[in-house]
Design a protein. Sequence first.
Length: 395
Amino acid sequence: MVGSLAGEAASIRNLLGESWYWFGNQGWEYLDLGRIWQALLTAGLFLWAFIVYRGLRPALRVNNLGNMPYLYFYASLAIPVFYAVGLLANPSQGFATVEFWRFWVVHLWVEDFLELFTTATVAYAFVLLGIVSERVATRVIYLSIVLYSAGGVIGTLHHLYFSGTPVSFMALGAFFSAMEVIPLLLLTFEAWSFLRLGALAGSDGREFPHRWAVWFLVAVGVWNFLGAGVFGFLINLPIVSYYEIGTNLTVNHAHTAMFGVYGMLALALSLFCLHYIARHDCWSDQAAKISFWSLNAGLAWMALVNLFPIGMLQMFDSAQHGYWHARDLEFVLSPIVNALEWARLPGDVLMIVGGAVPIVYLTLQAVLNAKPFPLRATRSASPLFTPVDASHPRS
């Protein structure tokens, strides 16, 4: 990451000479990093997939190839495999060939396999917690495979407007791309029903120990529907895409989908781990609660007060004066855009102070006040899951 950022900055300033392609900026949008850094990132993703396999190996030994542990491993392995496809693009090829391989990463990797991994992760976590049944979660993953594959492959068409793609293809791409959010939304409805029924409290009145981790998982589904589904569909329509592509409406979709889905997912998994590591007397559900609401409120503020309004202004300006004008400094530095940029500040402060600081606090508590974990002498095959009994003490 450091090498990529430094190389891109140096390449833009023409400091790398003939080595710009390997260490600087390749020039492909969204695949800007130098070829060396791209290869290292690919190798790192394969290493990550191996770490996932190592953790799943006991469960894989006792399960069928089509069961949930294997589905989770397949989804994990697809991430480095399909990111590696970007290495097939090189400057000696024609523009159409480069765009073909590039969009395998930009669209198929992001809107197919990362979405599939997210659904498989949320489903597996819900099963481990006893929130949804193994049968329901497995069916949702299979449904997601079908919908994400159709949405990912056919949905790629909505990116290709300026490559001469017919409008009918654009319409198909917009529809199937928006349909990708259905499986995770169904899974979130299952979890929401669980929450409303009060199942996060045990029979003795104790709260479920992973309550706020589950809420972060629910937020993944909500933001996936809003950021990827609603905001994504709004910009996918052919005539809208013609005027708005590359404006703040695109940024609005990207920010809410990226942090709303993968950021919330990372925080949910972090809270699971931190809660297991930290001693009970050093854990604070209040800090997790403050972080949850601050991050979600701050993200909503950023989208609805800043990114979406500026994006709408840019789209109308593009339709009235031309696309060039909507991206020109005269428009970007106009008083109304400047005011909306400053209006974003409260949401940013809320995300940093109310959202990030409590997570840092909980991390320090887990590191400095960890439980003593006994080492297992043998590594026996683990079952698929052990349902959590909410009536047990939280420690």
